[in-house]
Ligand binder design. Structure first.
Ligand code: NAD
Ligand code: UDP
Length: 337
């Protein structure tokens, strides 16, 4: 049985489906601080099976222990955490507590129960402002905000854990920019309030919830001046987790892998692709750069192919079509129900 912390969230809910499709049994542990149980109802509908769920906070060791008492947990996919960069600058203590202290509690409970296999959600943000692209796993690491630092620290903590006990099998997955949704249109990204990320903002503009998109700067050193990112379909990303969990027994040391497509698209490229997928115009205005943003970020995904036999197969058109279907069917996310 696989424990999926944060399994009700955006990436976690999609990963639950891919775990099921690959024949793996799982239990979700989530405190619904940034999600609703409706996402899991929808997952249950998609896979035709009830979801095993324990509601709780990863900082609560007793609640975690309950999961280990009630289920035979062999490995953990650890998504649970807070993820908004701007909010992390406003609330650093909450971010360090939730992400770092939470992970410490999780690892302690795992250790106590002799469960030593973990796949961790890291982020391309740990590369800071890379000196060149595409980004390889051995590039220098840095972070400029509490969210990014929490990811960096957790990576370090997990490396130290391995040094202390080589029985641990640890995979750090560094995601690039997850977008898209499940083909059913039943689950997708459901940000609270005004979206910070590009794709949900574009989708809400297309559906008429937002007047226009603000394009944060058109004077970057990129093909059209707007920021370039490696957008990856959430289903491809989820499948990367399935591969990681299936390979985890053969992992030596700590395995660190980029999950990206290797292709970079600008903000205006994404606007165009979304207009094509939705048939809607996306009004936009060029505004000053957002502080902390970098010009270009895209992965070298060749190591993922070599060690996990994984590569992304879904293109930007599919990402936009799937995001659009989710947005149109659920203009208010999960809140309609
Ligand atoms: P999400 O917010 O949709 O999902 C996170 C889930 O964790 C939510 O269901 C939330 O309720 C739960 N959670 C948060 N704190 C918890 C706690 N203390 N105890 C129990 N549950 C808790 O986010 P997501 O986009 O699915 O991201 C999943 C993971 O991937 C996060 O760790 C995030 O930092 C990381 N990540 C996300 C992105 C991205 O762009 N979405 C990029 C890189 C890395
Ligand atoms: N972006 C933008 N307008 C928005 C949100 C994002 O122009 O309303 C740009 C942002 O500057 C970056 C890209 O879109 O170049 C992706 O931003 P996002 O916040 O989605 O991801 P991240 O910055 O974490 O890569």
């Amino acid at each position: 049985m696989i424990l999926v912390t944060g399994g009700a969230g955006y990436i976690g809910s999609h990963t639950c489906i891919e775990l099921h499709n690959a024949g793996h049994d799982f239990v979700v542990f989530d405190n619904f601080s940034n999600s609703s149980s409706e996402s899991l109802n929808r997952v249950a509908k998609i896979i035709g099976k009830e979801i095993k769920l324990v509601e709780g906070d990863i900082r609560d060791s007793a609640a975690l222990q309950q999961v280990f008492d009630n289920y035979d947990i062999e490995s953990v996919i650890h998504f649970a955490g807070l993820k908004a960069v701007g909010e992390s600058v406003e609330m650093p203590l909450e971010y360090y507590d939730n992400n770092i202290v939470g992970t410490l509690h999780l690892c302690e409970v795992m250790k106590k129960n002799n469960c030593k296999k973990i796949v961790f959600s890291s982020s391309a943000t740990v590369y800071g402002d890379p000196h060149t692209t595409p980004i390889k796993e051995d590039f220098p690491l840095s972070a400029t905000n509490p969210y990014g630092k929490s990811k960096l620290f957790i990576e370090e903590i997990l490396r130290d854990l391995y040094i202390s006990d080589n029985e641990w099998k640890i995979v750090l997955l560094r995601y690039f920019n997850p977008v898209g949704a499940h083909k059913s249109g039943l689950i997708g990204e459901d940000p609270n309030g005004i979206p910070n990320n590009l794709m949900p903002f574009i989708a809400q503009t297309a559906v008429g919830k937002r007047e226009h998109l603000s394009v944060f700067g058109n004077d970057y050193d990129t093909h059209d001046g707007t920021g370039v990112r490696d957008y990856i379909h959430v289903i491809d990303l989820s499948m990367g987790h399935v591969k990681a969990i299936e390979k985890i027994n053969s992992v030596e040391k700590v395995l660190t892998v980029n999950l990206g497509t290797g292709k970079g698209y600008s903000v205006l490229d994404m606007v165009q692709a979304f207009e094509k997928a939705s048939g809607k115009e996306i009004p936009y205005k060029i505004t000053p750069r957002r502080s902390g943003d970098i010009a270009k970020c895209f992965a070298d995904p060749s190591y993922a192919k070599a060690v996990l036999n994984w590569e992304a197969t879904r293109d930007v058109n599919e990402m936009c079509e799937d995001s659009w279907r989710w947005q149109v069917n659920n203009p208010n996310g999960y809140k309609n129900d």
